[in-house]
Design a binder for this molecule. Structure first.
Ligand code: GLU
Length: 309
């Protein structure tokens, strides 16, 4: 199958892609199963859902499970149970990135044919504490087999207007250097998978945690290289724990307790500074939250100070 056919098969609406700005809002929630969902994940799920539904859009769920060594046993199942318990209604079947590796490989091949990527043999040890990749392997013409693949970046400012975080700009050549799309161990990097899937799923709006703000320029750049339409970005302030650290799987944020769904939903809406929603079934609470949804009420900045549970 050709690259184009394989992509078209997974993107039935690809022909309409050019008209995406005229089509309706399509949002998504894209958790990685690297640990059970926590209160911070719930905030992202609720905000992405309400924002999409308040604009009569669709909302999709995608499990980002390409990084097999980081998958935490049982967390995929916990994500699915959360979607059910909080009574979110995805508008299409949930997709799993591990089932779509051929698509990412096809896109990498396109980039390779256009000489936009190269194989890199630099190990983490060789790179040391350097955060900006110097392009050591850029012109070595190394064979692609069993090597990391990096994309060539250009010395240009990439800017976007975030709906909550104002204008953000970054120059990838100065801030980061050529970055990895596929690791030496064969794992497709999150940056590539997220861009390909947002395109193939027809996503128009990305609503996610501010911890991903730094990744956005890379994703915009890849989208530009691939000729994908621009997306709207909203980066939500992050929930913090009592010690003032962002809630994360790494610092063992407490897993969402499904038996407490209404209470947690109410707390997530409070954290987002939305009008109060009375305790009820999660479905009825979400309906009310959608009716009342007001993005401009979300606290400014990248952190939600205060502990909401
Ligand atoms: N999978 C990413 C995470 O769980 C989120 C990706 C995204 O929303 O773009 O942190």
């Amino acid at each position: 199958m050709t690259v184009e056919n394989s992509l078209a098969e997974h993107a039935p609406h690809a022909q309409q892609r050019d008209h995406i700005s005229l089509t309706r809002y399509s949002g998504r929630f894209a958790p990685s199963p690297t640990g059970p969902l926590h209160f911070g994940s719930l905030i992202t799920a609720v905000a992405s859902y309400c924002d999409a539904k308040a604009q009569h859009g669709t909302w999709l769920v995608r499990i980002e499970d390409t990084d097999i060594p980081r998958i935490y046993p049982g967390s995929e199942n916990h994500i699915l149970r959360c979607i059910d318990a909080f009574q979110f209604e995805p508008d299409a079947e949930i997709i799993f990135q591990k089932d779509r590796l051929d698509l990412y490989a096809a896109v990498l091949q396109q980039l390779q044919q256009r000489d936009l990527v190269y194989a890199c043999q630099c190990t983490r040890k060789m790179l040391g504490s350097n955060h900006i990749y110097a392009g050591t392997c850029r012109n070595l013409g190394l064979n692609f087999a069993n090597q990391a693949i990096r994309v060539k970046v250009t010395d240009q400012e990439i800017c976007f207007q975030d709906r909550l975080q104002d204008k953000q700009c970054s120059n990838l050549a100065q801030d980061l250097g050529d970055f990895v799309l596929k690791r030496r161990d064969g794992i497709i990097n999150y940056q590539l998978a997220v861009v390909v899937d947002d395109y193939l799923q027809g996503i128009t709006h990305v609503v996610r945690g501010a911890d991903l703000l730094d990744n956005t320029a890379r994703q915009i750049y890849l989208g530009q290289l691939l000729g994908y339409p621009k997306l709207s970005y909203t980066h939500l302030p992050l929930a913090m724990n009592a010690q003032g650290q962002k809630l994360s799987k790494q610092n063992l944020a407490q897993a969402l307790d499904l038996a407490q769904a209404p209470k947690l939903l109410q707390a997530a809406l409070t954290a987002l500074n939305q009008a109060t929603v009375e305790l009820d079934t999660p479905a009825r609470m979400l309906t009310q939250a959608i009716q009342q949804w007001d993005l401009s009420r979300i606290p400014a900045g990248t952190a939600l100070h205060g502990y909401y549970l």
